[in-house]
Design a protein around this ligand. Sequence first.
Ligand code: SF4
Ligand code: SF4
Length: 243
Amino acid sequence: MQEVKRVLQNGEHFNFVCKMCGNCCNEMLIKLTPYDIIRLSAGLNLPTHEFIPQYVLFLKLQDTGWFLPVLKHVKKGECLFKRGKKCRIHPYRPLPCRLFPVGRSEENFVLQMSLYCKGLLTGCRWNLNSWLEASEAITYLEMSKLYYDFMEEILQSYELKTISDKQYKLFFKIVYDFDGARLDLTCSGINDKTKVKYCLAMGKWFLERFSEPHLLEELSEEQFLDAYEKQGRMVLKQLIEQQ
Ligand code: SF4
Ligand code: SF4
């Protein structure tokens, strides 16, 4: 879909009202963060290990080897959550859907102007702050920054393309699949932001500890789970204290 992006200057105003046409839910690549996955799973009342296989596709970035999760589409290009012209998980929609017609480009916020969206140039007057507040995007942005900073740090410190398949799968499970990777830790009273922080901290711990393929291979499954659970309990305890 053809569109022009223009950097939103500080304090700049734009007019927008959503016409509820549903056009923006077709063929858009919706990148997900761990926070999006946790919120969407909560909205559907599914644990992340059931949500992920049904709704998420992982794209492998050729240059870095990172697995980027995106929302699955149905065959004709529509998002799986589109019902008629509406979003069936609207209160839990991921960050790119919240921000639209605002988007991100590197460090900037941009206005995405496209022929398929007739909502721009009409309706209410917004600036960036009022738009972020109205779309309840602030926490999503905070969690997105945490995730992308983590990704940058990992990519600078580890050559992901060289780690074994077993490590690779475990690392991404720990980062994206909170419920599937948390074993039997008691997680009552833990909020969604803390869940993301836990996933990222455990992902980092995993690579620090097992960055050499043989380190993981030498452990029995039981020994690995033991170390993972011990570390998980400690990290969770610290994070809950900071909540
Ligand atoms: S394309 Fe624009 S007007 Fe249509 S639903 Fe999306 S945001 Fe609203
Ligand atoms: S999650 Fe909802 S708002 Fe986002 S693309 Fe899918 S249907 Fe549209």
